[in-house]
Design a protein around this ligand. Structure first.
Ligand SMILES: Cc1cc2nc3c(=O)[nH]c(=O)nc-3n(C[C@H](O)[C@H](O)[C@H](O)COP(=O)(O)OP(=O)(O)OC[C@H]3O[C@@H](n4cnc5c(N)ncnc54)[C@H](O)[C@@H]3O)c2cc1C
Length: 403
């Protein structure tokens, strides 16, 4: 046990000053949760990329040192991934076998990426990361151990809960994921005036599922585009990479930006480029009034294979979603007045997007912020009461974050 979490990717979590850090082995997890009498909830850290990987006056379970096993299984092209593994390490471990998993825009996220849904440039063709889960092992919030298998337990409430809402229910020690052959991809990157966004979205909505559009609106009037193709589009301006492990960043962090803290809210909405076009003046007005240069709006395309799984099979309720925009509210670390302004700005932008994106992708927990309940309702919809009943059964003392 020690206090240090200085290597966390998320600056806010790194600066949080937790009460303490525990680095359990898989064998210690059950007793730890069964006998926990310290402050609740415990925070869980896998990739350490979200703001609540650590919190003031709370304890963090840092899974990275002891739950880092990655084992390839040639028999059924699957891979065991420990609860504290980063996605880039999984991609690296699969390289010798010519296999891959559908990771997101960065290799930095840990197992939290998979457990909260997991979407990326290959999702339209291959589905969400949770759709690749074959086995899930771990410990419920009450300390009881479990090992669920999709072929046996795929219809159970427990399986459904873990696929998309695991952070509220359990500490997952290990999962087994289906892999795919690592294939070359073609990557188009450009900068455009922000007014071009609805036209690009419209084109993307009509495109083949082997193509995926990502965009980042950071500067008031500029858009960064990252369009990924799984088949050669035949243009000399579009570069080829050998696999997802070589994906360039959507946005390169600016040097000298200072220490920034931030919160991210992910939204989900159906196809609707025309609606985005109508809302552009309101969106542009919000973007012109960003309280800090790190405040931004980005988007990732879904649909295709992500919509093929029935919405009551997992906790990823919004299977009709074609766009996942996410709002980043940033501020200078320690500047509480700017934090307040940035979070207000986030909520204002969210209300502009609400008619287009009624859903939430709950990839980052915000039980320290006033809109936590709204996020839960918009993320899980009619499944929320079922999830709450499951939480009551498997984590009655609230060892893990509240639902
Ligand atoms: C640079 C960057 C790029 C990203 N790109 C994408 C993207 O393309 N697509 C996408 O879908 N998301 C993306 N995300 C969001 C990211 O996937 C989520 O924020 C995810 O929750 C991060 O997981 P983590 O393990 O890194 O973070 P952590 O902060 O360690 O954990 C995040 C949450 O997951 C829970 N958790 C983590 N591990 C476990 C476990 N083993 N058992 C139980 N609960 C656990 C934690 O309790 C915590 O609430 C991105 C994030 C960043 C920082």
């Amino acid at each position: 046990m020690d206090q240090a979490l200085l290597d966390l990717f998320n600056a806010q979590a790194q600066d949080a000053g937790p009460m303490g850090v525990l680095r359990p082995s898989p064998f210690e997890l059950s007793d730890l949760l069964k006998t926990w009498s310290g402050p609740r909830p415990l925070r869980v850290c896998s990739g350490g990329t979200s703001s609540l990987a650590a919190a003031q006056n709370q304890w963090t379970l840092d899974l990275r040192p002891q739950l880092n096993r990655i084992v390839w299984q040639s028999t059924d092209h699957a891979v065991w991934v420990g609860g504290g593994c980063r996605m880039r390490d999984v991609l690296q471990a699969l390289l010798p076998y010519g296999q891959s998993i559908p990771t997101g825009l960065s290799g930095m996220p840990g197992l939290g990426y998979v457990l909260t849904g997991g979407m990326g440039p290959r999702s339209r063709a291959l589905g969400l990361a949770i759709d690749h889960l074959l086995d899930i092992r771990g410990v419920w919030g009450n300390g009881e151990e479990f090992w669920l298998q999709r072929h046996r337990d795929g219809d159970s409430a427990e399986w459904r809960g873990l696929c998309g809402a695991a952070p509220f229910l359990a500490v997952v020690s290990e999962v087994r994921l289906l892999t795919h052959p690592r294939i070359p991809l073609w990557v188009e990157q450009c900068r455009l005036p922000s007014d071009a966004l609805p036209d690009w979205m419209q084109e993307a909505e009509a495109s083949d599922p082997s193509i995926c559009l990502q965009w980042h609106w950071g500067d008031a009037d500029r858009l960064d585009i990252l369009r990924v193709y799984a088949q050669d589009p035949g243009s000399s301006k579009i570069g080829r990479i050998d696999g997802l492990d070589q994906l360039p960043a959507l946005v390169v962090p600016r040097p000298g930006a200072g220490r920034v803290h931030s919160e991210v809210v992910g939204l989900l909405g159906p196809a609707g480029a025309a609606g985005w076009k109508e809302r552009m003046p309101l969106l542009r007005d919000c973007m012109d009034r960003r309280p800090h240069s790190s405040c931004s709006l980005s988007g990732q395309q879904l649909g295709g294979a992500t919509s093929l799984v029935p919405s009551d099979h997992t906790s990823f309720h919004h299977r009709d979603a074609v766009w996942k925009p996410w709002i980043t509210a940033g501020w200078v670390a320690g500047d509480l007045a700017m934090r307040q302004r940035s979070l207000q700005w986030l909520e204002e932008l969210w209300s502009v997007l609400q008619p287009l994106c009624p859903g939430v992708h709950l990839a980052q927990l915000h039980d320290h912020l006033p809109f936590h309940q709204r996020e839960l309702e918009q993320a899980f919809g009619g499944w929320l009461p079922g999830l709450k009943a499951l939480k009551q059964k498997v984590d009655p003392a609230g060892n893990l974050p509240p639902l």
